[in-house]
Write a protein that binds this ligand. Structure first.
Ligand SMILES: *[C@@H]1O[C@H](CO)[C@@H](O)[C@H](O)[C@H]1NC(C)=O
Ligand SMILES: *[C@@H]1O[C@H](CO)[C@@H](O)[C@H](O)[C@H]1NC(C)=O
Ligand SMILES: *[C@@H]1O[C@H](CO)[C@@H](O)[C@H](O)[C@H]1NC(C)=O
Length: 187
């Protein structure tokens, strides 16, 4: 009898637990971002002649490639380090509001796909602080979602999702990314 009662108590506790977690999941799906920013950053890759202008460089390449020309097979194995200016609009020459600092790795042989790990360090009249991003970037798709995994300053402990799209590109040398940053945790 005692055993049965204990069992029932445990069971109702489990039911309660699963309904609250289902409810909080629904809540997250309905959630509006607490902060939203759209920013652009500009990546100019070193290609042998543009050392003064380049904002990014291949720092590691597979044995069969080199660090001047992106590797064949969808650039597989190349690792690029960047320090890219961030602007409010899509013009490379607009005032910069900060820098995107980090790296990307091309990690698939059969299709262009990178893995991004970088920080937006913002220093403008509107925002001071940093936002950290990480995630897979299947760059042939029109939009890609990466994770916002944290932040500092105006973005203290933030979390969210950023939708990446390639706004423009010129060969392998220049590309411009648009980042639609949706933050769901703001302090
Ligand atoms: C730097 O590179 C970008 C992208 O290729 C180009 O638009 C720009 O004119 C270059 N600037 C200089 C000073 O070479
Ligand atoms: C890098 O590789 C490319 C393509 O294979 C080749 O044309 C170029 O000469 C190489 N550059 C250097 C510095 O080895
Ligand atoms: C931010 O900008 C101000 C004003 O231009 C400058 O004094 C300060 O050193 C900058 N901070 C960083 C972290 O770049």
């Amino acid at each position: 009898m005692k055993g049965t009662r204990l069992f029932l108590v445990c069971l109702s506790f489990l039911v309660l637990l699963s309904t609250t977690s289902a409810r909080s999941h629904e809540k997250v799906l309905r959630l509006e971002p607490c902060k939203r920013l759209v920013l652009f950053f500009h990546d100019i890759l070193y290609e042998g002649h543009n050392a003064a202008n380049a904002t990014a460089a291949i720092v590691g390449a597979p044995e069969w490639a080199n660090r001047t020309i992106p590797a064949g097979k969808s650039h597989f194995g190349d690792m690029v380090v960047f320090y890219d200016p961030i602007t409010l609009d899509n013009n490379l020459h607009s005032p910069r509001v900060g820098y995107a600092q980090g790296f990307y790795i091309y990690d698939r042989k059969d299709v262009f796909t990178a893995w991004l790990g970088f920080t937006f360090v913002l220093n403008s009249t509107d925002y001071k602080g940093s936002i950290n991003f990480a995630g897979a970037d299947p760059l042939m798709e029109k939009t890609r979602d990466i994770s916002v995994i944290g932040g500092t300053g105006d973005f203290f402990m933030t979390r969210g999702v950023a939708t990446v799209s390639t706004d423009a590109f010129e060969g392998d040398v220049y590309f411009r990314l648009r980042l639609d940053i949706k933050l769901y945790e703001c302090y």
